[in-house]
Design a protein around this ligand. Sequence first.
Ligand SMILES: O=C([O-])CC(=O)C(=O)O
Ligand SMILES: [Mg+2]
Length: 565
Amino acid sequence: MTVIVPNVAGTHTSSRLIPYWFKHYVLRQKDGNPNEHTKHYNFNTPRDMKGLLPPAYDEATHYQRALEQLRTKVSPLEKYIFLSQLKDANVRVFYRLCAEHLAEITPLIYTPTVGDACLNYSHIYSRPEGLYISIQDMGKIGEILQHWPHAEEARIAVVTDGSRILGLGDLGVNGMPISIGKLSLYVAGAGIRPSSTLPICLDLGTNNEKFLDDPLYLGLRQKRVSDEEMAEFMNEFMKEMTARFPKLLVQFEDFSTDNAFKYLDLYRNKYPAFNDDIQGTGAVVLSGFINAAKLHSIASGLPLSEQRILFFGAGSAGVGVAKQLLTFFKLEGLTEDEARERIWLVDSQGLVYDERGKLPEHKKYFSRKDYTGPPIKKLIDVIDYVKPTALLGLSTVKDAFDEGVVKRMAELNPRPIIFPLSNPVRLAEVEFKSAVEWTDGKVIFASGSPFYPIVHDGKTLYAGQGNNMYIFPGLGLGSILAKASSVTDSMVEAASLGLADSLTKDEEDDGLVYPRIERIREISVQIAFDVIRAAQDDGVSCNASLKDKSDEDLREWVVSKMWNA
Ligand SMILES: O=C([O-])CC(=O)C(=O)O
Ligand SMILES: [Mg+2]
């Protein structure tokens, strides 16, 4: 019997909260500048609030009140709107709520609900929360960046062009909530100061006809610009960003495949920048895979180096993850060519191999040379040919891992590794419940979006969440603290290995491949530490004062730099 266990969050907190919101409210009324709120993040308990607060007002109770109110909302989107307003009204209460109830709040401010927020952004929009830079701003981007207050505090920008939001496609300017959501996790998960975060949505047009026809659509009513125009825009944008925000790290988010690779390659050695979908997702999957392969090996006796990984989906995320997984085999002593041999890609036309015909650039590296027969189109047939130990989905094709596919994986492996990584949850290649049932509980599972735990034959099974949210907060924190001039491959790899290493005994006993999300801050400290050391080894850390710190001192120093609500 299989039962879904709802995620029941605890309700207790005894921590005191500062009612800064009142001061914030009063100040905002005075100046009325919509961006002004960002400067009110550092508050002391305002003494002048006496008489303005109800007699029995208690900071801790107020926090519980917010939680209670949240739970009266029915739909996830309503909850998202409530939380968004709470953040605006009272940033500390919002982040305290996140800190204390992360497992409950994360799916509401981030994947999967943030996907609904993006789809509906032009209808649920209520206030500015970041920067919108459009193609029409070309030539004066520098001027527009001046409008962001407190440039000296800016440390991390999440920049999207809305062209491939999660698995939802081109959402144009409606992509803004993904930048906002990621940055909320930077604060909640890594203690970045809220005023140091900068959400940016670039509006280069959209090819989404539905939005172009929507009278409330908030973006430019035009098709996406040409590659040449975009390249010119991006060059000006990055140049002006560095001039205006010299201490800023840029996280590229949800650019369409080709542009994701193109702009990462173009800027990664020039600016402190990384691409979350290529490098962040790659790192998080490598990490979960390391732990999954250990579990597989215990059950199968197969040496780790003999894992055979089949990727279903060969976009930016798929190829990014595949490249990162080369590290897994290299750590087992294989050469790069040997490592590449252990990985197969499947795209919409089936197995990716040289003889199939012309391939886009990013698929060529993994294209098989050892198969020359007719195209193998169906996934189940590719599985029969490859005999994979692991099946990873980054396709956004819902239910692509059907009963036949999953059962075949279970016939080939005592404990098959199945990672449906597409986001949001309704695009997952297979649901956790089905994967458990079809493998009789044997599956080693991680998904991009969260699934509830499942009780199978009296045992509670947990779905790992192979989402880059475990990586980017710590990778960003480490890069910022190291004052890294660029984000190197070793830094990304360090983040991944740090995460893999972070499982507690209790988590291992529960068969987890990722730590529990409630420990994200602790994990971010470890990742940031590893990232700083990697930056130093690569000679890209410009923070000379960290060089002589002992490991213990460096860890303590990282913790001391984290913001708390
Ligand atoms: O946002 C997420 O949940 C993970 C991610 O980067 C994506 O799917 O593009
Ligand atoms: Mg993304």
